[in-house]
Structures are given as structure tokens and as C-alpha cells.
Design a protein. Structure first.
Length: 465
């Protein structure tokens, strides 16, 4: 098919995630054709530096031949094995063992899913079953963070606290509740300790409002991803986990984005010695080379479920849970992280990433830079002093994304004027230099647009001259 006929077929038939359908029909699809290392090439031959690892997931870079070989070998040997009827496969068993060995010590059991959304959905089902099976059926209330993202399943998208995932979907559900995001830039806390104390107090207040006997769990991302890469201060995660323990509710760490070296260690929980009751992972588990996610579960929760239904099957399962090809891919990805040196490379180059983002604070459009490991964001403002944003009518994110493409760069331009970055752990020093060169050119190009300059506060316009 020609490019034009592919675009037309896409327009007519293919439903894309999280877009305005009519706007997508009018715009047309951008077809990606190939990729290698940190670069992707579109159907017209344009080579673009990917600074977002696909969708926070291609942590090892594109075209890793050893992963392709592992998948092909497994496909030839055993392309599918059900987990039903007590069957299993070697790759899935070995992967579960590796995950438990490398995850926080509290997590001793693994249930495999197809991705992050169904991992969150599975976690909710397991939690519900656990409390029913252990004689606490009233514990049905769930708490998460404003600006949090926990997938887009029918239940998980209610734990997600982003309006686009609720509109016309009858969400959130009555038993889903939120507390404030630990969003330092948009608050006036005296210091990190004050922010942490405020988050703990908010959780305690919400549990008191609902009744601790009614609350099942608190879900959080160690760093909020789709909500704008909100980076809490060090100590926040541990304080929230400790609060959950005191309050008698389960603590669920959603490491779908932060897991597998994205923030430095293999898991973000590692950095603060946090041991969750459950943890959800996906994305970097297979580095996007095949669908797979997982729920990691404590022995206490597992025993509660296992012993609470004597003689009865636990009615939760997926056809493709513990898929042997996905598991074989994940095993090779794990080898690349550790023996292949990718975790070490990411740790070594994280300061360069941080410096590149922070250097852009001098740019007239940039109000905030935040980052941890190879996860970061810039927040754009019209007035640095007041932190005022831009009118939605200006469509600044669309302008940024279009300019970035012209500068052969891919990153995430969120709807609230936040730019998200998640470069592959395989990035080289030269690729970081190229990233920030192209990013600065993108910002300068957008700043040069008359409508954008007119939207800046007068003081900012003077500084930009």
C-alpha cells in the first residue's frame, strides 16, 4: 500500500488510544516504519531521536538482536503455553523467580498480565478477594493521588485521576477517592519535610473520613508519570508506606513507568527501602518488545487469598498470562539491564540528563525542571514569577509537538504545558547532547511564533529580548 492509502485506511478503520477521534481523522496518522538504537524512522524517511522510549517503555533501545533471537528461539520451541490446568513454561517460571529475587523483599509471588492496565485491574481484584477471604468484606474503599495514572481499564481508570479518562465513562466509581499530589512546583511548602508531612496528613484525614475499617488500599506511583512527571522529594514514598502500615491499609506501588532502571535502581522502591504489599510493573519488563505486565504480591496477601477459599479455584485469569515468548523476551531484557550494563550506563549518564534539563530553566518558556534517573520534565509558563500557564486556546502542546517533529525529536507534550522525557537506558553521551540541542531549537522555534511571544508576561518578553 502507498503511504497515502495507508493514511486513509487508518483514518477509516483504526481507533487510536487517547486522541480526539475527529481531530485524528483530520490530521492523519504519522506512520513509523523502522527503528534502530535511539532513533525511529517514519514512512517518509525522516529519522527522529526518540526521547520518550516509545511510551516510557523501550528502555533498551530499538533493534536489540539478542531480544529478537530470544523471541524467535522461543517461538520455534514453544510459542504458547497456557497457565491454566496447572500448566506452565520454563521462561515464565524463571522470570518469576528472577523478579522475586530482585524486587523488594516483601514481594514473593508474581501474577503475569499483558500490560500495566490489567496489572492494576488484577491488583484490585486480588485485594478485593483478599479482604473478603480474610473476613473483612467492608474494606472496599480505594485511595489514590490526584494527577495519578493507573491505566485505563474499567476499574483502574477510576484510580487514575486525570479528567480525560473519566469523561463519559461514569468515573470515578463511588469507592474511589483521591488525595493531593505531592506537586512541589504548584505548592508553597516551606521545605520537603513540610510537603511529606502534608501528604501523610492528607492520607490520614481521608482514611479517617472513610473509616479505616472500610479502606482497602492506597495506590501511588513513586513518580507520577502521565500526570506530568511529578517528582516527590526523597522520603515521601517511605513516609506514605509507613502511614499505610499504621492505618492498616495495603500499600500498592505502581511501578509500571518507574520500574526497570527508569529512576536509577531496578525499582524506585529500592531507593528508599520501601516494601509494598503489592507492586504493579510492565513497560520496561519487556522493554516494549512484547506485551507483558505483572503483579508482585506479598506472602501475607497471597496466603490470605490461598487459604480463604479452600477447595475452590481463584477465578481470575487471562489467556495470555505468563506467555512464554513474552517471558523469554523479558529474561533477555533483564540480562541486558544487568550483565549488558544498561543499568550502569543509565546511572552514569543520569547527571548529564539532569544538567541538560536544568540548563533550560534559563529559557523564557521554562518555569520548572524536575527529574530522577532518566525520567524528567520541563513545565512551561507564561510568567516565571507567578508560574502562570498558557491559555488552552493557544494550543501550546500541539505547537511544541509539531516543532519537535520538525527538529527530528520525539518526547511527550502534555496538555497542561508539561514536556515529559524518558530516554532509553542505552542512550550515549552524544545522543544526550543531540537531544538537548534539538530541544533548545524546538523551544526557540516556538518562542519565535508571534502568538506565543504575545502570550508571555511583559517581564518575560523583556528578558527574552
Amino acid at each position: 500500500m502507498s503511504i497515502s492509502s495507508l493514511i486513509e485506511a487508518d483514518r477509516k478503520h483504526l481507533i487510536h488510544p487517547v486522541v480526539n477521534y475527529r481531530a485524528h481523522e483530520a490530521r492523519g496518522v504519522t506512520i513509523l516504519e523502522s527503528a534502530r538504537g535511539s532513533f525511529v524512522t517514519d514512512a517518509e524517511g525522516n529519522e527522529l531521536l526518540d526521547a520518550f522510549a516509545g511510551l516510557w517503555c523501550v528502555n533498551v533501545g530499538y533493534g536489540q538482536q539478542s531480544i529478537v533471537d530470544a523471541a524467535a528461539e522461543q517461538m520455534k520451541k514453544l510459542p504458547y503455553a497456557t497457565g491454566y490446568f496447572h500448566f506452565g513454561s520454563v521462561p515464565a517460571i524463571e522470570l518469576a523467580e528472577q523478579l522475586v529475587a530482585r524486587a523488594p523483599a516483601s514481594l514473593q509471588h508474581v501474577y503475569f498480565t499483558l500490560g500495566g492496565s490489567d496489572a492494576v485491574d488484577s491488583a484490585v481484584r486480588f485485594i478485593t478477594h483478599y479482604f473478603n477471604a480474610t473476613g473483612r468484606p467492608q474494606k472496599k474503599q480505594f485511595i489514590s493521588l490526584e494527577r495519578g495514572y493507573h491505566g485505563s481499564s474499567s476499574v483502574g481508570s477510576g484510580l487514575t485521576a486525570l479528567p480525560v479518562f473519566h469523561r463519559h465513562f461514569d468515573l470515578p466509581l463511588p469507592h474511589q477517592h483521591y488525595i493531593a499530589s505531592p506537586y512541589a512546583y504548584r505548592n508553597d511548602f516551606a521545605d520537603d519535610a513540610a510537603l511529606i508531612a502534608a501528604s501523610v496528613a492528607a492520607l490520614e484525614a481521608k482514611v479517617a473520613e472513610l473509616g479505616a475499617e472500610n479502606v482497602a488500599a492506597f495506590f501511588c506511583e513513586p513518580i507520577q508519570g502521565s500526570g506530568g512527571v511529578i517528582v516527590p522529594p526523597v522520603g515521601w514514598l517511605k513516609a506514605m508506606r509507613d502511614a499505610c502500615r499504621r492505618l492498616g491499609i495495603l500499600f500498592v506501588a505502581d511501578e509500571v513507568i518507574t520500574g526497570f532502571g527508569r529512576t536509577g535502581p531496578l525499582f524506585a522502591c529500592e531507593a528508599e527501602g520501601v516494601e509494598p504489599d503489592l507492586m504493579t510493573v510492565a513497560k520496561g519488563l519487556t522493554a516494549g518488545y512484547a506485551p507483558m505486565g505483572a503483579v508482585l504480591m506479598s506472602d501475607e496477601v497471597y496466603r490470605g487469598i490461598a487459604d480463604g477459599s479452600p477447595g475452590a479455584a481463584i477465578g481470575h485469569g487471562y489467556t495470555y498470562s505468563a506467555h512464554p515468548v513474552s517471558a523469554a523476551i523479558a529474561l533477555e531484557v533483564m540480562r541486558l539491564y544487568h550483565e549488558g550494563g544498561l543499568l550502569a550506563n543509565a546511572a552514569a549518564l543520569a547527571p548529564r540528563f539532569a544538567q541538560g534539563l536544568d540548563a533550560l530553566l534559563e529559557h523564557p518558556l521554562v518555569g520548572d525542571s524536575r527529574h530522577r534517573g532518566l525520567l524528567g520534565a520541563l513545565e512551561l509558563v507564561s510568567d516565571k514569577e507567578s508560574k502562570a500557564g498558557f491559555d488552552a486556546a493557544l494550543a501550546l502542546p500541539d505547537r511544541i509537538a509539531a516543532a519537535a517533529y520538525r527538529n527530528r525529536l520525539i518526547f511527550r507534550a502534555f496538555g497542561d504545558n508539561i514536556l515529559g522525557f524518558a530516554p532509553a537506558l542505552s542512550y550515549s553521551a552524544d545522543e544526550f547532547d543531540l537531544l538537548f540541542e534539538r530541544l533548545r531549537n524546538t523551544l526557540d522555534e516556538v518562542l519565535g511564533q508571534p502568538e506565543v511571544r504575545a502570550a508571555l508576561d511583559r517581564r518575560t518578553r523583556v528578558a527574552a529580548c
